[in-house]
Design a protein around this ligand. Structure first.
Ligand code: CO
Length: 257
């Protein structure tokens, strides 16, 4: 495909795991904080504080001029929602929280979509189908499969439930850069795609719309919203390809003992 995929050594994967565990802990903390009345700026501030406390640096702030540490995308917002002191969460909101860090020279990146209070049936189904689509994509992470097998698993699950996958934004490799080759679309593209090899690290991130897959970008230059105003959901994990299958670096380890 002409894409220079950088393979990572076991030592590098250990550092990527540590970076992604900082992201996972931070997302868990934000999930617990996300109640009616909390502003998206409150979440942003806590994400920055909590990751710095663990020795990491927020990865998104300053990336191509992005103004915050966190992306918080509510309801019809798909991705890249900019935190604001004026945006208070309300019961019924479907909220994508996307966070990335840099730790010891390597990046972590993950996202969850959470419910604030009770969701409508459609929003609850959208959340569940998107979460499951990511899991089905991850289940394709085996030596010998291709990127397109991940894309197909995601697309088929989403469309079987009557929802659509966003085309304009895709998953990506991750390592010493936040975004590395290969691209990981959530729909099957024409032509061959790279084969999975041990040492690849992939940020798989289905963005799923209740209605049309088409999106637009608001005048702030960042916030991506659905073209039809219907809701959207987003989940992301950073996953290492190993001989033994997927190693989900951003899956929160059980730290209880
Ligand atoms: Co990402």
């Amino acid at each position: 495909m002409g894409q220079a995929v950088v393979l990572k050594s076991p030592d590098e994967i250990r550092v990527l795991h540590a970076a992604n565990q900082i992201v996972a802990r931070t997302l868990k903390r934000l999930e617990e904080m996300a109640r009616p009345g909390v502003t998206t700026a409150d979440l942003d501030r806590e994400a920055e504080r909590y990751c710095r406390k663990q020795g990491a640096i927020p990865a998104f702030k300053g990336y191509r001029g992005y103004p915050a540490s966190l992306c918080v995308s509510v309801n019809q917002e798909v991705v890249h929602g900019i935190p604001s002191r004026r945006r208070r969460l309300q019961s019924g909101d479907l909220v994508s929280i996307d966070f990335g860090v840099r730790f010891q020279g390597y990046y972590g990146d993950a996202a969850v979509t959470i419910a604030v209070g009770d969701l409508t049936d459609e929003r609850a189904r959208l959340q569940a189908v998107t979460r499951e689509a990511l899991e089905r994509g991850i289940a394709q992470v085996m030596i010998g499969r291709r990127i397109s097998d991940i894309s197909r698993a995601i697309q088929e699950h989403v469309e079987a439930h009557g929802f659509s996958v966003v085309r304009q934004f895709v998953g990506h490799g991750i390592g010493r850069q936040l975004h590395e080759p290969p691209e990981i679309p959530n729909y099957v593209r024409e032509g061959a795609s790279p084969r999975l090899q041990p040492g690849m690290v992939l940020a798989i991130e289905p963005m799923v719309n209740a209605g049309t897959w088409e999106v637009k970008v608001l005048r702030d230059g960042w916030t991506v919203v659905t073209a039809d105003g219907r809701p959207s959901a987003h989940f992301e994990h950073s996953v290492a390809v190993t001989e033994d299958g997927p190693l989900v670096l951003s899956r929160l380890a059980d730290e209880e003992f």
